[in-house]
Design a protein around this ligand. Structure first.
Ligand code: FAD
Length: 279
């Protein structure tokens, strides 16, 4: 059996807990962290990589719950501690589209989108190059009915309804944003991407929305090929705390506290690649 990478890394101890406080030494340098249940862990350097979890809240229409991602607890207390230490924080919002059962999609009317013939790798290290047959994605497009349904129900989304004010981390818009901002466009392309080889889930790329769940299936069914689809999971929006990156030097160490680093989406980036590139 092969363990996940971090568990099979020599000299690395793993402890899973919610960090709520940064411990400081005599010179106001970092000394470690304190967890929610009051355990202290000491270290000469601390790297915070909190992603979308600090005071994270997910939204489907008007309904919300504290979470960093669906099914994963938000982290609480750390933002307030960082603020007390003099850091500036702000709020961002991102989202994820619905997942659809591929067995309910009519692929015969969709344009196949094959992967690259020559695969290029994110890592230069050949140990991380995984040779696997690529799976096919498919292209569909929004229709007049998609646009109409969204325009008729904009007031039901967290952003246009006015109950979430956080902005997006970069240009990564929901489908309602695209329809409002590009009113002259009759259609937007939407990619259907398999989530894996052993699950029937399709990721509806380009179709994230904050609409309530009751409107999401009718919305998906306005897309060619998805007229009879079934939805496995609804799309949702998530808002969370981040720390504007001007508070870090180029090494990602904070300018205020020696030995304290921020890395990944906590710095206001979005996407797996941007987070990985900050390692
Ligand atoms: C719903 C959703 C959909 C996304 N879809 C895409 C996508 O399709 N493509 C894409 O490129 N990117 C996507 N992203 C963004 C991508 O997930 C992130 O950019 C990337 O995972 C950030 O990596 P990270 O290491 O900074 O944080 P994360 O991967 O978010 O990890 C943060 C970790 O820190 C832990 N944590 C947080 N606070 C504490 C604390 N106080 N104490 C202890 N542990 C804590 C969390 O439990 C979590 O395990 C999506 C994000 C979300 C929320």
């Amino acid at each position: 059996m092969s363990w996940p990478f971090v568990f099979s890394t020599p000299n690395l101890s793993i402890r899973e807990a919610m960090v709520t406080d940064i411990l400081l030494g005599k010179n106001d340098n970092v000394e470690g962290v304190c967890t929610f249940f009051g355990m202290n862990f000491y270290a000469p350097a601390v790297i915070l990589t909190t992603g979308t979890f600090m005071s994270g809240k997910i939204w489907v229409g008007r309904t919300s719950m504290p979470a960093g991602r669906a099914g994963e607890s938000a982290s609480h207390g750390l933002t307030e501690n960082l603020q007390r230490l003099g850091f500036e924080s702000d709020r961002l919002k991102t989202g994820t589209p619905a997942r659809v059962d591929c067995r309910t999609v009519d692929f015969s009317v969709l344009e196949p989108q094959l992967g690259d013939e020559e695969v290029s790798w994110f890592s230069f290290d050949p140990d991380f190059h995984i040779e696997k047959e690529q799976m096919c994605c498919y292209l569909t497009r929004t229709t007049k009915s998609t646009h109409q349904l969204i325009k008729d129900n904009l007031h039901e989304t967290p952003t246009y309804g006015g109950w979430v004010e956080a902005k997006g981390p970069r240009y990564c818009p929901s489908i309602e944003d695209k329809i409002v901002r590009f009113q002259d466009k009759e259609s937007h392309q939407i990619f259907l991407e398999p989530e894996g080889r052993t699950v029937p889930e399709l990721y509806v790329q380009g179709f994230s929305t904050g609409l309530p769940e009751r409107l999401q299936l009718p919305l998906l069914r306005t897309l060619p090929g998805l007229e009879n689809c079934s939805m496995l999971r609804p799309a949702y929006a998530v808002e969370y705390d981040y720390l504007p990156a001007h508070q870090c030097s180029r090494s990602l160490m904070t300018k205020k506290i020696d030995g304290l680093f921020f890395s990944g989406q906590i710095n206001g980036t979005t996407g797996y690649e941007e987070a990985a590139a900050q390692v």
